[in-house]
Design a protein around this ligand. Structure first.
Ligand SMILES: [Zn+2]
Length: 65
């Protein structure tokens, strides 16, 4: 196995998030929520869909636990 460049690492992190392999926000480290095909962070409101960060999508209201 070869060493992965840092730029690819972030890309792979996003893909892992999108696949549900990871459930932590890449920005703030909080747990993300599944919203249909995307993952949404209730803390910093980042949306991850198809391996891309989409910060301007509207989130449903989430009650904090
Ligand atoms: Zn976050």
């Amino acid at each position: 196995m070869t060493v992965t460049p840092l730029a690819r690492t972030l890309d792979q992190e996003l893909l892992a998030l999108a696949r549900g392999a990871s459930l932590e926000c890449l920005v703030c480290g909080e747990f993300v929520l599944r919203v249909q095909a995307a993952l949404a962070c209730p803390e910093c409101r980042t949306i991850v869909a198809d391996g891309e960060s989409v910060p301007e999508l509207e989130l449903p209201h989430v009650a904090s636990a």
